[in-house]
Design a protein around this ligand. Structure first.
Ligand code: NAD
Length: 408
């Protein structure tokens, strides 16, 4: 049965509400998006026919600042997924204390089936239907699954044409030459690395081998594994959609990157053994990092997880039933809304630079990000100790208390 991510998200909030006796009206308000917009987008295809695509935007909450969140292109995007993702954005931004709310959008499409011209028509069409709901102070989208800086560039251009304004701050995740921020590419992976470093300092990573297994080898996993390897961790396993590789001696990350570039996959990397994604999640390692997909930990496999420390870099990788099993097994889980918030934090820096016509260096951006993540980690740790609860519930408590200050 497909797990409904929006139901999982609400359960996480309700656990925090019970633990910290949060304001009932605020919790009720946060349990549904402010607004949900659905549009039909007509696109002229290369063969002269017209196709209609469905596009969405969920604007969850803007009490702390403009709605903020990516736009994904996927054939399976649906209402509950977009709602859950916009919900998590609200809490993520509140945990790292950046003045944004939560939003998320999507189009039902397999972008690999479209030509470049059709993709541009679709992206401009989405903005034409939605532009009244967007704006630097209203709702600020960004790239997500299957969207990138080129697509964001088309959308920004369309927005500026329709509103006759110049509005670099209407979208983040732009290329640096188009007003994007230095350090955005590294931000999510490095942000997770800073949290891992702090957790290690706080004595939360048990075991002295400092071994780490990472599911995924995309943007987030690559920078996290680089950071971890540079800070004394041994990355013993990595994977992509075609499978994983393992060696107890530690993987050389740049060799893995080269191998993936030349062969198109990680498997058969020299000096490693091929494993499945399922095997990777059940390895006997000190740190386990899901950095690919939602709902990878369920009631079916949570019992077999051996790692005592999980850093959630993917959004929503742990289903609530799996969370319960992890709690029983006393596995420490650093939740997505803290662990992967480095990306949106630097999106805020990008927006801020656009709004104030500033340009920060990569060192400056990453050093600001480091301080922000350390602060967020310490606040969540303090709430965890105060309420004697999990990191996830503590993160929701910190975020909801911040939201409450603006919503009462
Ligand atoms: P990406 O597209 O660059 O990489 C995704 C990786 O997952 C790839 O290596 C891909 O091969 C792998 N993958 C896909 N299907 C898989 C499967 N069935 N089994 C195992 N691996 C599979 O994406 P990314 O930007 O690295 O994002 C990874 C995760 O982090 C996603 O859940 C995303 O929502 C989340 N996230 C990303 C950011 C960001 O700034 N990029 C921010 C917050 C959260």
């Amino acid at each position: 049965m497909k797990i409904n991510p929006f139901e999982s998200a609400k359960q996480q909030l309700h656990a925090a509400a019970e633990t910290a006796h949060l304001d009932k009206n605020i919790v009720e308000q946060l349990s549904a998006p402010d607004r949900y917009i659905e549009v039909s987008i007509p696109v002229k295809m290369d063969d002269g026919t017209q196709r209609i695509f469905s596009g969405f935007r969920s604007q969850h909450n803007n009490a702390r600042g403009p709605y903020k969140g990516g736009i994904r292109y996927h054939q399976d995007v649906d209402l509950n997924e977009v709602k859950a993702l916009s919900f998590w954005m609200t809490f993520k931004n509140a945990v790292v204390n950046v003045p944004f709310g939560g939003g998320k959008g999507g189009i039902i499409v397999n972008p690999k089936e479209l030509s470049e011209g059709e993709l541009e028509g679709l992206s401009r069409g989405y903005m034409r239907q939605m532009f009244r709901n967007f704006g630097p102070e209203i709702d600020v989208p960004a790239p997500d699954v299957n969207t990138n800086s080129t697509i964001m560039g088309w959308m920004r251009d369309e927005f500026e044409k329709l509103t006759a304004t110049e509005a670099a701050g209407v979208i983040t995740g732009k290329s640096v030459s188009e007003g994007g921020s230095e350090g955005r590419t590294e931000a999510t992976g490095f942000g997770g690395g800073y949290v891992l470093r702090e957790a290690l300092k706080a004595g939360l990573v048990k075991g002295d081998r400092k071994t780490i297994a990472i599911q995924g080898f995309g943007n987030v996993a690559t920078y996290l594994s680089e950071y971890a390897a540079e800070h004394g961790f041994k990355v013993v396993a990595l994977s992509d959609s075609k499978g994983g590789v393992y060696t107890p001696d530690g993987i050389n990350i740049s060799e893995a990157e080269n191998h993936k570039k030349t062969t198109g996959a990680l498997k058969d990397l020299e000096g490693t053994t091929n494993i499945t994604n399922e095997q990777l999640l059940e390895l006997d390692v000190d740190v386990l990092v899901p950095a690919a997909l939602e709902n990878v930990f369920t009631a079916d496999n949570a019992d077999r997880v051996q790692a005592q420390f999980i850093l959630e870099m993917a959004n929503g990788p742990t289903a609530p039933e799996a969370d319960k099993i992890f709690a029983e097994k006393e596995i420490t889980v650093i939740p997505d809304i803290l662990a992967n918030s480095g990306g949106v934090a630097v999106s805020y820096y990008e927006w801020y630079q656009n709004m104030h016509d500033e340009k920060w260096s990569k060192e400056d951006v990453l050093s600001k990000l480091d301080s922000l993540m350390v602060e967020a980690f310490n606040e969540v740790l303090a709430a965890k100790e105060k309420y004697q609860t999990s990191f996830r519930t503590a993160a929701y408590i910190v975020a909801t208390q911040r939201l409450t200050e603006k919503m009462l």
